[in-house]
Each structure stands twice: as structure tokens, then as C-alpha cells.
Design a protein around this ligand. Structure first.
Ligand SMILES: [Cu+2]
Length: 363
């Protein structure tokens, strides 16, 4: 009952408001309140406001772009980055010039051709020269931009060279994991059905290339050597972003992607260049992937090739860290798994015997 009264009350208020609006409209029409002079003066004000908007807008745009240039452009630390930046600035130059000219014409025309009593618009149906010019010139410019962009895209996504350093980057809510191929320089097979709380890569341990793969909590890359990032996602869309290397590639569930590049400055060199001993490269996620998106970043270290090899040699294989998973290795491959994973032979044999004695898991 109360609800019904409230609904009726609200409906009544709405009807009263509508009637008041209707009456005031009728009154203003009856008094002929809106004269041609009123239109004239407000037109002039609006036209002037357009010009003010244009001047304030352009001043803000150009001032910010130049005054804060260094805060939104990062130093380049990759070979293709210089080319990507050149393309970016050419595109920016072309679009800013076009944007400025078009905006000025639009705002000035609004001011210039505001309503004036007695003035009639000229009938100007078409001009072939103008139509052809503003169709052909942008078409040519866009074609050049698209094809140079396409060439850059093909360069970064084409197959990597034989001796490239292959690193897998995996996105999941809300962290990155990185897998290195180990001493054999070949990543082992993975399968999503093998993923569990510990086997987060989904390593397929029937593939002998997977035995020496190792996980890292930092992305280490060598300076001056081609790096091929193989990218995948385990849940939703993520995006690998290495801003200093001008690397950005989506991580898509079910559709592996890749990006190859060559780093040109080690972390130490970049620290010197920026006079900032605290500086670190970072890998960030640039796809809004959920509520923890902000926390998806990883430290990136660019080493000299020697330091990189040294670091790799110090890493323990995933299988060595999780010897329980030896039971998933086919019997015939277990010995080579123990060797390749760097599990001390005695420990491996002892482990296998222990499992055998317990009569579980081994196949
Ligand atoms: Cu993400």
C-alpha cells in the first residue's frame, strides 16, 4: 500500500512539473519573448566563444607538448626503437599539421559566417579540383604511412634468426612469469591441461626439451643479441609492454604471439645515461585485465652478453626445483631428465627408488 502511494505521489509530481513547463512555454510564446535581436547577440557570443576555445585549446596543447616533452618520451634502448620512433613522429607531424589547419578553418568559419541579417548563403555545390585534392593527397600520405608501418611490423614479427635468445613470457591475473629454454636453447613443449599449482607453465615432461627449462622472476636479456619473446596468456588478454625497447604485443589466451628485438643499452649504461642509480627497466601490462592490473609489472635486466650467460648458468631448472615431477617423465627418459635437469644423480636415483618403493605415481 505504502509503495503504491509513493509511486502515485512521484507520478503526480512529474505531471505537475510537466504542466508548469508547458504553461511557461505557452506564456513565453504569447509574449513573443524570443526576438531576432536576442538571437543576434547570443550568436555573436557563441561565435566569440568558439574562437576563445580554439586559442585556449591550441595554447594548452602546444605548451604541454613542448614543455613536458621529456616526461612523456623515454630514451630508446633497442635497435628497431629508433625506427619506430621516427615513424611515430612522422605520423604525429602529419596529423598535427592537418588537425591544426582543419581546426582553425572550422572555428574561423563559425566566427566569420555567423548569422547576419540580410546575408544569404552562397550556393556552392562542388569544386572538382578541391574534391580531388583533399581525396588524393590524404590517400597518398596514408598509403605511405601504412606501408612503412607494415614494413616495421613485418620486421618485428618475422621469424627470428637461428641464434636468437628465445624467452617465453606468460601473462596471468596478475603476474608475469618468464621461462628460459635452458642449455639446449629450445623451449620444451607445454600443454594447458598440464597446468597445476606448481607446474604453472604446463610443462609437458614427455618432451625431453622441457627438462632444462627454468623459470625466472626477472626478465634478463642480453645486450646486442637478438631476443625473441614468445608470448602467451593463461586466462584473459594481457599485453607485454617494454617501453624503453618500444616493444608492445598482446598476450592472447589460445593464440601465441611473438616479438623480436635487440637491446642496445645495459641496465648499467641506462643508469649512467639518466644519472639515476636506482633506474630499472620494466615490463608492464598494458591491457586492463582485471582489478589487479596495476600490479602486473616485472623487473627487466639488460646484461652484457657475458653476464647474461653467467646468470643463465646459475639458474636451476624447473625440474630440479620440483623433482616430484620426475614421476611424470616417461620411464625411458628419466635418466636423461635427471642429467639434463641437473639433479644430482644420487638424489635423483634415491628419489625414484623412494617413489617406486611406495608404489605410487611411476609409470
Ligand atoms: Cu594484465
Amino acid at each position: 500500500m505504502t509503495t503504491l502511494i509513493v509511486i502515485l505521489g512521484v507520478a503526480l509530481v512529474l505531471v505537475i512539473l510537466y504542466l508548469i513547463f508547458k504553461i511557461s512555454n505557452l506564456v513565453s510564446i504569447a509574449r513573443a519573448k524570443t526576438s531576432v535581436d536576442d538571437v543576434d547577440s547570443s550568436n555573436g557570443i557563441h561565435a566569440l566563444l568558439f574562437i576563445i576555445f580554439m586559442v585556449v585549446g591550441f595554447t594548452g596543447f602546444f605548451w604541454y607538448s613542448f614543455a613536458h616533452f621529456n616526461s612523456y618520451t623515454l630514451p630508446i634502448a633497442s635497435e628497431h626503437g629508433a625506427w619506430t620512433d621516427t615513424l611515430f613522429w612522422i605520423t604525429m607531424g602529419v596529423t598535427v599539421v592537418a588537425f591544426t589547419i582543419i581546426s582553425i578553418i572550422k572555428f574561423v568559419f563559425i566566427y566569420q559566417y555567423q548569422y547576419k541579417e540580410g546575408r544569404k548563403a552562397k550556393f556552392y555545390p562542388d569544386n572538382h579540383f578541391l574534391e580531388l585534392t583533399w581525396t588524393i593527397v590524404p590517400a597518398l600520405v596514408l598509403t605511405v604511412l601504412v606501408f612503412t608501418g607494415l614494413k616495421a611490423w613485418n620486421d618485428i614479427t618475422s621469424p627470428a634468426s637461428e641464434n636468437a635468445e628465445v624467452i617465453e613470457v606468460i601473462g596471468q591475473q596478475f603476474a608475469w612469469t618468464v621461462r628460459y629454454p635452458g642449455k639446449d636453447n629450445t623451449l620444451g613443449d607445454v600443454h594447458y591441461q598440464k597446468i597445476d599449482a606448481i607446474n604453472e607453465f604446463g610443462l609437458d615432461l614427455t618432451d625431453n626439451k622441457s627438462f632444462d627449462d627454468f623459470k625466472s622472476l626477472e626478465l634478463h636479456i642480453p645486450k646486442g643479441k637478438e631476443v625473441l619473446l614468445k608470448i602467451r596468456a593463461k586466462d584473459v588478454l594481457h599485453s607485454v609492454f617494454l617501453p624503453h625497447f618500444r616493444v608492445k604485443m598482446d598476450a592472447v589466451p589460445g593464440m601465441p604471439t611473438q616479438f623480436k628485438f635487440i637491446a642496445t643499452k645495459t641496465t648499467a649504461e641506462m643508469r649512467d645515461e639518466l644519472s639515476n642509480p636506482e633506474f630499472n627497466y620494466e615490463l608492464a601490462c598494458t591491457e586492463i585485465c582485471g582489478k589487479g592490473h596495476f600490479s602486473m609489472k616485472m623487473n627487466v635486466v639488460v646484461d652484457t652478453p657475458e653476464d647474461f650467460e653467467k646468470w643463465k648458468a646459475e639458474q636451476e631448472s624447473w625440474l630440479k626445483q620440483n623433482p616430484d615431477y620426475l614421476k611424470n617423465v616417461p620411464a625411458g627418459l628419466r635418466e636423461s631428465a635427471i642429467l639434463k635437469a641437473g639433479i644430482p644423480e644420487e638424489a635423483g636415483v634415491t628419489y625414484l627408488e623412494g617413489v617406486k618403493a611406495a608404489g605410487v605415481g611411476l609409470n
